[in-house]
Ligand binder design. Structure first.
Ligand code: SF4
Length: 206
């Protein structure tokens, strides 16, 4: 490992520690652990099947089922039959669960401030680099498949001449720039493998 790579991995390690500590503090304030808080935030945005949610979070279905059971016991979540298949259950937040989730921060406030203080150019470059790292980890099967723009069938990289907002999302029919690239979009629809590879090549080489 080069010295430069070691410095960057050390930075990621420090950020991971900071993030985890912040999650314990924020979720703990609501009487939850970080996994319970994360699950509650996700199902308050959109209901999900157990398997789908476990894959997104990169945890086993058994472990997730325990988490959901503890949220159910507190009246924050419930399992309902899936309208598309009555044999399957979808997990959703109750009204009380949505209220608790709304009070949980999406990210540590100090980190948000640090990112907001960056220049637009630096923030866009960071977002682009992170997308590349996360995609590489996904390609190596090191992390679960992410609902990212660069693997979405609605994503049109460099569809516009505007350097600040060169990309286009066909789902919302809007242009956007690198800093707004999504890494976990609820509207994501996976592009077929060949199409996803072409999208990535266009994004990476333009
Ligand atoms: S639907 Fe979401 S993931 Fe897909 S291109 Fe639009 S913003 Fe990106």
């Amino acid at each position: 490992m080069s010295n430069e790579t070691r410095q960057i991995t050390t930075a990621f390690q420090k950020l991971a520690l900071f993030w985890r500590a912040s999650q314990w503090q924020a979720a703990g304030g609501a009487g939850l652990n970080p996994t319970q808080g994360e699950v509650l935030q996700r199902i308050s945005r959109r209901s999900a099947r157990l398997g789908e949610l476990a894959a997104m979070l990169g945890i086993s279905q058994a472990s997730l089922s325990d988490t959901v059971s503890s949220l159910e016991a507190r009246g924050l979540a419930e399992r309902r039959p899936d309208p598309e298949d009555g044999r399957v259950r979808r997990i959703e937040a109750t009204a009380a669960g949505r209220r608790v989730a709304a009070d949980l921060p999406q990210a540590p406030a100090a980190l948000e401030r640090a990112l907001e203080e960056m220049s637009d150019t630096d923030r866009a470059a960071l977002a682009r680099s992170l997308v590349g790292i996360i995609r590489a980890l996904q390609e190596a099967d090191a992390i679960p498949v992410q609902r990212m723009c660069v693997s979405c069938r609605h994503f049109r990289p460099f569809a516009h001449a505007d350097a600040a907002r060169p990309h286009h999302c066909e789902f919302v029919d809007a242009a956007f720039g690198d800093a707004s690239l999504r890494l976990d979009c609820d509207d994501h629809e996976a592009a077929p493998a060949g199409e996803a590879a072409a999208i990535w090549r266009r994004f990476e080489t333009a």
